[in-house]
Structures are given as C-alpha cells and as structure tokens.
Design a protein around this ligand. Structure first.
Ligand SMILES: NC(=O)c1ccc[n+]([C@@H]2O[C@H](COP(=O)([O-])OP(=O)(O)OC[C@H]3O[C@@H](n4cnc5c(N)ncnc54)[C@H](O)[C@@H]3O)[C@@H](O)[C@H]2O)c1
Length: 352
C-alpha cells in the first residue's frame, strides 16, 4: 500500500511511519510542515529507505496537497498533523483553528477530488483515517467511560478544534461518500514525545533535578496508551475499520497526574540514582483554566471489531519510556535548548 501520512515528523506520526515502513512493508509519503513540535531525527531509521519520502508542506496549502495526491497516488491517508498541546491552545488558539479545522477541511477536499477520479477498484480500497482525541468528549465524573456515541463537549480551544475536525470528517463521509474513519484516542506516551507534555516534561526535569510542576491538586485523571500500541491500532483501523464510523482507543490505564509524576520519580531513582528522592522535586502550580477532571475510555469496539488490544501495561511502558529518555539525550537536548525550554505555558494573564 502507498500511504500519505500527515504530521509524520511528530510524536505519534513518526511511530506510525516507522511501523508502516519497517514492519508492514508499506510505502509512505510524510507530509509535515515541521513546526516546533516536529523532529526529523525521529525518522532517522527511515531516511535512506526507498519506500519512505518526505514532503515539507502546510496541510492548509491546497495546491501542494493536490500535487502530492496527484504525484504520489496514495491508497490511503492517515491524517495526524495538528497543533496538539492544550496549554499552547490557551495562549494562541489561532494556529489550532487554522491547522486543525482549516487544514483538515483542505485535506478532505483534496482527498475528495482525488478519490472521485480513482477507478472503481481503487476507490473501494481508499481510506481516510482521521486521528483525533478523547478530549472532544469533555470531562467525566468518577464512574463513566467515553463511548463512541458519547456527545461532544470539548473544553479547550485544542479539543474544540479537534471536535470541529471530527464533525467535518464525518460530514465528508455522509455527504460525499468519502470513506473516512475517525479514531479517538486517550493520552499517548512513549519515546520521541516532544518534552512539553506531562510525561516527557516530568522525565527531563527529573533527570536534571529541576522542579516537577503538578497542576492544581494533581488529582486530574487521564487514561494512558503507549504510542506503539496506538500506532498498531491505527494500522488495524486502516485495514479493518468501517468507513463512516468512529473507534475509541485507550490503554485501560487510568492514573491521576500525581500518580504518574511520583511513578516517574521512583523509576528514575531506580534507573539513575542520585542523592535524595526525586519526589521531593514535586511542586504544585496553578491549575490549567478549564482543566477536565477525568478521561476514561471504553475501547471495547476496537477490541471486538479490529482485534486490537494494548500489548503492555502502563508500568512496563513507563519504565521503558524513562529508559529511552535516559539513553537518548541527543534527541531531546537540542529541543530543550531551542524549541522549548520547559517553562510554564497556558496561564491566563490574571493567573500570572
Ligand atoms: N499526543 C496525544 O496524547 C494524542 C492523543 C490522542 C490524539 N492525538 C492526536 O494525534 C495527532 C498527532 O499528535 P502528536 O502528539 O503526535 O502531535 P505532535 O504535536 O507531536 O505532532 C504534530 C505534527 O504535525 C505537524 N504539523 C502541525 N501543523 C501542521 C500543518 N499545518 N501542516 C502540516 N503539518 C503540521 C507538526 O510539524 C508535527 O510534526 C494529533 O492529531 C492529535 O490531536 C494525540
């Protein structure tokens, strides 16, 4: 298969590209604008391989995207390009509206034009996998789970822009018959994640023995899925998912932010001991505005219909991830010096 991946230089996109090329034998063209969140070093293992190509472009650039479809003639698209960090969406929502909404619209239109010209057998095979988040569903009470039919109630500019893009993607199926499949996944963690999100930020600060910020009271709960399990799920979705449907992916690993941070401290104390326990670096900081209390996923549809399940526990995955950041200083040191130094994002002027 020839697959056009968007956002392949990001955290999840690079895991998808590596898996597609190295494990499934697919050919990939990665279309990525290379924002601050991109890192081509995550794709070093593919650089010289013939089935892998890279095209630097904004997904909002219709002309370039049309040319990419015409030249590359993909059998499918896996769309991951996005502005993805909630805190940045609080400080600057414009980029989220552009990339996540206008960019997805642009891709849907380019894909539709391309799809309508395909011969029938290739049209039957074509898929547009739209990768989204569980954050579109809003915040849960203590006992519920997000299901595919849970109504959308996004809280942040990020999740609202992703919700809009999900609605556009499914409308392109219902109105134009474009074979779109939507995935909504819980928080991902693993190697090659840009160190602005909770897990890599905490790991790097803890390695450097810097304060470990915990928002509010640390009791907000997220479900965690290892990025390689998510990538495997997206590839199953491409082959087995039904056009026009939504699939939730989750790790059955609900943890409070405080539990995650203390666990990272304990793993690091074990793998890289220093004087004093790293838990003493934990610092409570003002909460994120509009911070959702809890996310949790019912992934039974993906398990049943895609024969997919996570392959590792959160404890195994977290220990592996901490080990990876310890061994791959070169990958993240440049980022910490350049694109983002770890300082607090996402506060309103009144909270400073
Ligand atoms: N990280 C998570 O926990 C998580 C969970 C569920 C869903 N998602 C979704 O998965 C997708 C990937 O997330 P991620 O964590 O890998 O994000 P990321 O921020 O690590 O990477 C995003 C990539 O998209 C590229 N990009 C951004 N704007 C672009 C544009 N206008 N044109 C072309 N490329 C552009 C960036 O350069 C970057 O390489 C996103 O759609 C996100 O909403 C993420």
């Amino acid at each position: 298969m020839r697959i056009l991946v968007t956002g392949g230089a990001g955290f999840i996109g690079s895991a998808v590209c590596r898996r597609l090329v190295l494990q499934t034998g697919a050919a990939v063209i990665n279309v990525d604008k290379l924002t601050y969140a991109a890192n081509l070093a995550s794709l070093a293992s593919l650089e010289r391989l013939e089935p892998y190509e890279f095209l630097q472009s904004d997904i909002c650039d219709r002309e370039v995207i049309d040319l990419a479809f015409a030249d590359y003639e993909p059998d499918a698209i896996i769309h991951l390009a996005a502005e993805s960090h909630v805190d940045r969406s609080i400080n600057g929502p414009g980029a989220f509206v552009n990339t996540n909404i206008v960019g997805t619209y642009t891709l849907l239109e380019a894909a539709r034009t391309y799809y309508e010209r395909l011969p029938l057998p290739r049209r039957k095979q074509f898929r547009f996998v739209h990768v989204s988040t569980d954050e579109v569903y809003g915040s849960l009470g203590p006992n519920d789970l997000f299901r595919e039919d849970t109504p959308y109630r996004p809280s942040s500019p990020y999740s609202a822009s992703k919700a809009a893009s999900d609605h556009l993607a499914l409308a392109w199926f219902r109105t134009y018959g474009l074979p779109v499949i939507v995935s909504n996944c819980s928080n991902n963690y693993g190697p090659y994640q840009f160190p602005e999100k909770l897990i890599p930020l905490t790991i790097l600060n803890a390695i450097d023995r810097k304060p470990l910020p915990v928002y509010g009271d640390g009791k907000n709960i997220r479900d965690w899925l290892h990025v390689d399990d998510h990538a495997a799920g997206l590839i199953r979705l491409l082959h087995e998912g039904k056009p026009g449907e939504k699939y939730n992916f989750g790790g059955d690993a609900e943890r409070s932010n405080m539990e995650v941070v203390t666990q990272i401290c304990d793993v690091l104390d074990r793998l890289s001991p220093t004087t004093g326990m790293r838990r003493s670096l934990i610092t409570f900081v003002p909460d994120r505005p509009g911070h959702d209390a809890r996310y949790a996923i019912d992934a039974s549809k993906a398990r049943r219909e895609l024969d997919w399940k996570p392959t590792r526990t959160f404890e195994q995955g977290l220990a592996e991830t901490v080990g990876w950041y310890l061994k791959n200083r070169a990958w993240w040191e440049r980022t910490r010096r350049g694109a983002y130094d770890g300082s607090r994002l996402g506060l309103l002027a009144s909270q400073h």
